[in-house]
Design a protein around this ligand. Structure first.
Ligand code: FES
Ligand code: FES
Length: 182
């Protein structure tokens, strides 16, 4: 089937078999190997991309089902010049970057959470951990990741008007969390 995907802002045209998975197209067809395959059964979250803005496990999506969609992979998150997003920078500062298998999927999934927080209630720590249930890591703790999300959410809300008090509280929470075991 001939189809087009808009990947990282660029239209890509190709022919796909009906049973081809989106993660196969991204990695093998388009060479975007930043998206990882940890389980291939929808459990680990290492294959998460943004599909029309929503985070999605690309091992569970048929390429043909994504036809015409906007796909963002980890390669399309930072600017071409390498400038990190607020979330990426916050994860770096809070030592929330883990291995190359789980981190890309976490960044993609958490990007949706952080973007949503700019105009809504800041997520609580349990809500952040709940959001992370689709992204597995059994090597390290999630503490640095949670702190990074809190820092990124505080920054996102600081950019929104009328949220100073909330942001102060978030910043205090980040500072307090930074003093705990990572
Ligand atoms: S590879 Fe898709 S969820 Fe694990
Ligand atoms: S799977 Fe990436 S650090 Fe554990």
């Amino acid at each position: 089937m001939d189809l087009t995907l808009n990947v990282n802002g660029r239209p890509r045209e190709f022919t796909a078999e009906p049973n081809e998975l989106l993660v196969e197209r991204l990695r093998d067809g388009l060479g975007l190997t930043g998206t990882k395959v940890g389980c291939d059964t929808g459990q680990c979250g290492s294959c998460v991309v943004r599909l029309d803005g929503r985070s999605a496990k690309s091992c569970l999506v048929l390429t043909v089902a994504a036809a015409g969609s906007e796909v963002t992979t980890i390669e399309g998150v930072a600017t071409p010049g390498g400038e990190l997003t607020g979330l990426q920078e916050a994860l770096r500062q809070e030592h929330g970057t883990q291995c190359g298998f789980c981190t890309p999927g976490m960044v993609m999934a958490l990007g949706e959470l952080v973007e949503n927080t700019a105009d809504g209630d800041a997520p609580t720590e349990p809500e952040i951990r709940e959001w992370l249930t689709g992204n597995l890591c059994r090597c390290t703790g999630y503490h640095g990741v949670v702190r990074g999300v809190q820092r990124a959410c505080a920054s996102a809300r600081a950019a929104a008007p009328g949220t100073d008090a909330v942001c102060d509280a978030m910043a205090d929470a980040v500072t307090a969390a930074s003093g705990q075991e990572g």
